[in-house]
Write a protein that binds this ligand. Structure first.
Ligand code: TRP
Ligand code: ZN
Length: 869
């Protein structure tokens, strides 16, 4: 791949990590007065600033109408400052400067969902990470400037709820039917954690007593009709608070914790200090209206934002290059929380599936970047799977290597050293090293270079010497922007199994493992290495990267029979699943025959169902067409992959034969006391229903119709609807209408209705046109756009035909209206260059035609990176 000079972005727009400089002024306190009116908002700000180093006083500001500015009480004349579209600069400012500004802004017409914006008729909210605060007022809007915020919010009484961070210190009448509330946040924070909310919302209240005895008022704000859907989130919040005390020794530090739900949100949720703002999709959870997967996601996102209070808020990032410091660590923490909530193996399976489906492809294409990038044009483009998920994997590797106690000693040291500071990835690794007594500095290499390492392994048994030698080799694809790629430390969790009995063996390798150890972790940190096990009495089967101990592509010369053996005998549920995925890769990408996989599934599945239906439901995972495409670097033909995958699914369904219906009828989710096992039972039932339909057995439709009608559970209802709709069953149309009438006022349920139709295997341009011109389709609501676009993209044959124009049109439309979302949607097309001709050239021409049209930094940076292959 040749990443040529960037044609769209001018060089001077790129920001480099190496150019970091401390801010010349700090802000001791900030007083905000935000007055919301129907057609504008007035923001009056008082900043008490102090010089820290030499240099200009720089206030960042965008789209602000400046009404007045004073310094130490004196009006500034126009020749005493320089104002452009991005900043206001005062040269020769005194060392103590109190700056007062008044600006006018327009939240009522802000469609970018950044800064302060009107989310719906009765709701104004903020989104300030990473650089939204500069759209509210002039400020040194960078994470290394921490200040104490006092916020007065004033609005018409038609908005009864007035919230900001911290404690409510005053409220009252403001005349002319208006009222105000003043909030003060005692903890110093960067501006990206500022939030305020003005609206008409109902509230669910609860409380929590911390390990220190602090009584915390908990409040979740949502529309009145959605309050019953907030209980799962509330329980998850209390659970998270306890979990962080028990696992990291971190109690909560304020007297209140508020969460506000809005349907107009670009991402999942935001950790503003004491006042989280959430996409409704990540807070509303209810069996009747949302799926099991959504319920699990709500719990993990609630935990994620809560955990940010320590990893992100109390200890924050020095600059935005360090984003993965807070995100990678917080994702690792929320994944660990979710592992305690359900089966740890299945949680790991789901997290690795996400990593492989999103991060691996990203890291193998033109958007590849290190978890800590060293340059960017638009930081919003770097809220990526690499920063979040690969960042989490780096932390997991260090935790695996250290073990529980030492990892805890390391995190304790991090909190002890850096509470209240804005720090770097180096600070984190240094604190972990100091606290644990184990030198982890080599892990910095993972943060600083792009690409998924390839780990090649080879096993050799010597019957005469009774030894088993394991040779390892690592390598990375060359990257033009990062020429000096180094070997990374790879913790390889491994086990040996007796090929006959299936018993797990002791790892006899004196230099590495203590006597009798069966579960070992070998730290492989060279380009190549060989380890030798002794007293191995017959040729063993080795299981590598158990629990996915490192984010690498493993290539091991297993036979298909050995993989089938692991599927049946591994005691690590994750590696059982991994064995199925490796077998399927071989079948779908390398034309291996399917029979060994099928036989292993038939041998393993029936007896495991009673014991662990959730794990069984995952063993049926077949890699998505999108993931398979990411493994193909040239001459990709979407149709061919689709046909192979469908053929495999047909074979699997036929192999299960009458068993599919027997299993379907035998499963009863209501008999499962535990939510996650009930969820597994529902998932498995839906898989069996799909298999019955694949066998061409039309009784599947009657079963589906019954399931659709007789349930109050969304996963069951949707599973049935999917079978009816995707097979064009006679009952399909009626079911779609029934679903619509039942849920037309429930946005999250309707997203599913849109998604199912967009993902119909035979969906065509007309299907998508019907959905995007439906009265309930709304380009102002990212969730709805993602429902249709995500459904479309579930079928890459469509993505790469009429879908190309769909995504380009969206990028064009959103370029200025909502560039964050526009840029993300365009990324769907980032692997265009892998297509076979003539499609490759056609898509390239379409992308190039977009180049002269786009204006936002977000979309231009993404587009030029995409075209630089
Ligand atoms: N920090 C948020 C998180 O928890 C990410 C986020 C929320 C965000 N909203 C955003 C990032 C808007 C960019 C723009 O992961
Ligand atoms: Zn986060």
């Amino acid at each position: 791949m040749n990443i040529a000079a960037n044609p769209v972005i001018e060089a001077d727009q790129t920001i480099y990590l190496k150019d970091y400089q401390k801010p010349s002024f700090l802000v001791d306190t900030i007083d905000l007065n935000i007055q919301v009116f129907d057609d504008h908002t007035v923001v009056s700000t008082k900043l008490v600033m102090q010089r820290q180093t030499a240099g200009d006083l720089v206030l960042l500001g965008r789209d602000l109408e400046l009404q007045s500015i004073t310094i130490n009480g004196k009006q500034l004349a126009e020749n005493e400052y320089v104002l452009d579209a991005e900043q206001l600069v005062i040269s020769n400012a005194p060392d103590q400067a109190t700056i007062e500004t008044i600006v006018k802004i327009h939240p009522e017409s802000n469609t970018q969902l950044e800064g302060l914006y009107q989310a719906a008729g009765d709701l104004f909210v903020t989104q300030n990470e990473p650089e939204g605060f500069r759209k509210i007022t002039f400020y040194p809007d960078r994470p290394d400037v921490l200040s104490v915020f006092t916020t007065r919010v004033e609005a018409d009484k038609k908005f009864p709820v007035l919230l900001a961070n911290g404690n409510l210190i005053e409220k009252g009448e403001a005349g002319e039917g208006r009222h105000y509330a003043t909030w003060q946040d005692p903890t110093k924070k960067p501006a990206y954690l500022f939030a305020c909310v003005i609206g008409d919302l109902a509230v669910l209240k609860d409380s929590y007593v911390t390990s220190e005895g602090r009584n915390v008022a908990l409040e979740i704000y949502a529309e009145e009709k959605d309050i019953p859907k907030c209980h799962i989130a509330m329980e998850a919040l209390k659970h998270s608070m306890r979990w962080d005390e028990e696992h990291y020794g971190r109690p909560y530090d304020l007297d209140n914790y508020m969460i506000v739900a809005t349907s107009a949100f670009n991402m999942g949720a935001m950790e503003n200090k004491g006042l989280n703002i959430f996409n409704t999709s990540c807070v509303l959870a209810d069996e009747e209206f949302t799926t099991d997967a959504a319920i699990m996601r709500v719990q993990s996102v609630i935990a994620h934002e809560y955990f940010h209070n320590w990893t992100g808020n109390r200890i924050t990032c020095r600059d935005w290059f360090q984003l993965c410091l807070k995100e990678g660590l917080t994702v690792f923490r929320d994944q660990s929380f979710s592992e305690d909530l359900q089966s740890a193996a299945v949680q790991r399976i789901d997290d690795v599936a996400v990593l492989k489906a999103h991060q691996f492809p990203e890291d193998s294409g033109p958007l590849s970047h290190p978890p800590r990038p060293d340059h960017f044009v638009e930081i919003n483009n770097f809220y990526t799977a690499t920063v979040y998920e690969k960042g989490a994997e780096i932390n997991r590797m260090m935790a695996t290597l250290l073990g529980k106690e030492k990892f805890r000693a390391g995190t304790d040291e991090y909190f002890r050293r850096h509470d209240g500071q804005a720090v770097t990835v180096e600070d984190w690794v240094a604190a972990l090293t100091a606290g644990s007594g184990v030198d982890l500095s080599a892990f910095l290499i993972w943060y600083n270079q792009p690409g998924t390492p390839k780990l090649e392994a080879q096993g050799e048994y010597d019957a005469a010497k009774q030894t088993y030698r394991l040779s390892l080799k690592q390598s990375l694809k060359t990257h033009p922007k990062y020429p000096n790629l180094k070997a990374v430390p790879i913790p390889v969790a491994l086990a040996l199994f007796d090929a006959h009995s299936g018993e797990q063996l002791s790892l006899n390798c004196e230099s590495l493992f203590e006597n009798g150890v069966k579960d070992g972790v070998y730290l492989f940190d060279q380009d190549a290495a060989t380890i030798e096990f002794t007293d191995v009495t017959s040729k063993p089967v080795v299981s590598l990267l158990r629990n996915f101990s490192a984010p690498v592509n493993l290539e091991f010369n297993y036979s298909d029979e050995e993989l089938a053996f692991l599927l049946q005998h591994e005691t690590n549920g994750f590696n059982q699943w991994q064995a199925t995925q490796t077998l399927l890769d071989r079948i779908l990408l390398n034309d291996h025959p399917a029979d060994i996989y099928i036989q292993a599934m038939l041998n393993t599945v029936p007896s495991l169902i009673a014991h662990d239906p959730l794990l069984v439901s995952r063993l049926f995972d077949v890699p998505t067409e999108g993931y398979l495409a990411s493994r193909i670097d040239a001459d990709y033909q979407p149709q061919v992959i689709q046909e192979k995958r469908n053929a495999l699914l047909d074979t699997l369904a036929r192999a299960f034969g009458a068993q599919a219906k027997e299993i379907y009828l035998s499963l009863d989710p209501k008999s499962q006391a535990d939510f996650s096992q009930a969820m597994g039972t529902r998932a498995l039932k839906n898989i069996m229903l799909t298999m019955i339909a694949r066998q061409g057995d039309e009784s599947a439709f009657e079963l589906a119709e019954q399931q659709f009608k007789n349930t109050a559970n969304m996963s069951e209802r949707l599973g049935a609807l999917r079978v009816l709709v995707w097979n064009d069953a006679p009952q399909a149309e009626k079911a779609l209408i029934d679903f619509y009438l039942r849920f037309k006022d429930e946005a999250l349920s309707m997203d599913q209705w849109f998604m199912i139709q967009a993902a119909h295997p035979k969906a065509d341009a007309e299907t998508i046109a019907y959905l995007t011109s439906h009265p309930d389709y709304d380009l102002g609501v990212p969730n709805r756009i993602r429902a249709v676009s995500g459904g479309l993209n579930a079928n890459p044959v469509n993505t790469w035909s009429f879908g190309v124009q769909h995504f380009i049109d969206l990028a064009k439309y959103l370029d200025e209206k909502n560039p964050i979302v526009g840029s993300r949607l365009l990324q769907v097309l980032s692997r265009w260059y892998t297509l076979a001709e003539p499609q490759r050239s056609e898509v390239k021409a379409q992308l190039e035609a977009l180049k002269p049209i786009v204006k936002s930094k977000n979309v231009s940076e993404t587009l030029s990176s995409m075209l630089s292959v």
